[in-house]
Design a protein around this ligand. Structure first.
Ligand code: HEM
Length: 362
């Protein structure tokens, strides 16, 4: 212990990391936010770090070329020591990240955390959401099997229907007019460099905003969000009844982080890696490609659409939904109450989601 302490002191004297990190870890948060409802953001962050770690290990073995990718996955599944486990953790980790991030989005929305002054935190969050779905989609393509090939084919045919720019979008997406070797290289670069770089930068900005603006307090009936008074009232509440983020709030975040890691490892051990499911073969057209779970709902809805509505809704539906997500803080940002009972439309119930009495139990 004394060796560790003296190394720590040596580092602290020169780098001063402790002095920089301590104020961040011990910054005051509203006592009400030291709750299990607030763990989804840090749980998503934990899963993201897990994806980066397993992704780097996979990239050391995976061969991003059209004629070798499939075999390199089989090598990971059946030859490389713990290769199957690495692939499985990365697969279940990506599913878990999308699921937990969606829970985080729903929680911050239900708690009105998108309202003043956290509108920008929300907007950055929406970019994080799109990037994470982008990682999920490009990751599925890197499996380079029948599902990936035809799934990408469907995506390209939808993109190709865009008026005026359709052809260029397909060219950019596939790296040519058809799915070929260059397509895989392109998706590999997007999945391993471009989007992770964006995600890391956006998560940094997201957390900077969370620290700068403070964690949203528990929504209370009759508490209005007013630009003129909110910041001052928030500071007063945190000053009067705040707790240090570490250990009070961080304790629950760390338990949640441990739980999500455990769940992903258990899923990996029990169900193993997913695919690859059959060498990609454009001559096999009698196939029913299926996207991973996060796109299944979209896939199912589009399958039910009458054919004449398909192109219009395929091209307009998703962009409109994304636009609405971005506009949420600007549609209902200020001057409105936060508590569910005051936002029945948000909660879709007459009495609203959260009753203040439930807080005591937490
Ligand atoms: C990679 C994805 C994401 C990561 C790693 C992440 C991480 C975090 C973390 C660690 C916090 C601090 C408090 C908490 O845990 O709730 C937070 C807060 C927040 N996040 Fe995210 N987030 C992500 C995606 C999103 C998305 C998709 C949205 C919404 C569209 C969003 C909106 C917010 C908002 C508004 C806050 C402030 C909440 C508050 O003050 O209570 N985040 N995020």
């Amino acid at each position: 212990m004394s060796v560790i302490r003296s190394v720590g002191q040596w580092l602290e004297e020169r780098a001063g990391l402790g002095a920089a990190v301590r104020p961040v870890m011990e910054h005051q948060v509203p006592r009400s936010s030291a709750s299990w409802w607030y763990v989804f953001g840090s749980a998503t962050l934990t899963l993201f770090m897990m994806q980066i770690a397993t992704g780097i290990c996979l990239a050391l073995v995976y061969l991003p070329s059209a004629d070798q990718a499939y075999d390199s996955l089989l090598y990971l599944n059946y030859v490389a020591p713990l290769g199957w486990f690495l692939r499985a953790v990365h697969f279940w980790g990506s599913n878990a990240m999308v699921a937990v991030m969606t829970l985080h989005l729903i929680q911050v929305f239900l708690f009105g955390a998108h309202k003043y002054p956290r509108e920008m935190t929300w907007v950055v969050g929406v970019f994080l959401f799109l990037c994470t779905l982008g990682m999920a989609f490009t990751g599925q393509v890197l499996r380079w099997d029948q599902d990936a090939y035809w799934g990408l084919g469907i995506a390209a045919s939808i993109a190709g229907r865009s008026p005026v720019i359709g052809e260029s979008v397909v060219q950019i997406l596939l790296g040519g007019p058809i799915i070929a070797g260059r397509t895989l290289t392109r998706f590999f670069a997007v999945h391993v460099f471009i989007v992770p770089g964006l995600l890391i930068a956006l998560v940094g900005l997201h957390l900077f905003l969370v620290l700068r603006l403070g964690i949203n307090e528990w929504p209370m009936p009759g508490r209005l969000v007013d630009r003129r008074t909110y910041r001052q009232r928030y500071e007063e509440e945190v000053h009067k009844d705040g707790v240090p983020f570490f250990p009070d709030a961080a304790r629950k975040d760390m338990v949640a982080a441990g739980v999500v890691i455990l769940v992903v490892v258990l899923l990996a051990v029990i169900f193993g890696p997913f695919g690859p499911g059959g060498v990609p073969d454009p001559t096999i057209i009698d196939t029913a490609p299926k996207p991973d779970f996060y796109f299944l709902a979209l896939y199912a809805v589009f399958a039910l659409l009458p054919p004449w509505t398909e192109t219009m809704l395929l091209l307009l539906g998703p962009p409109l939904a994304i636009l609405v997500l971005f506009l949420v803080p600007f549609i209902a940002g200020t001057g409105e109450k936060r508590h569910g009972a005051q936002r029945p439309r948000r909660c879709g119930t007459s009495a609203g989601g959260l009753r203040s009495s439930s807080r005591a139990r937490w």
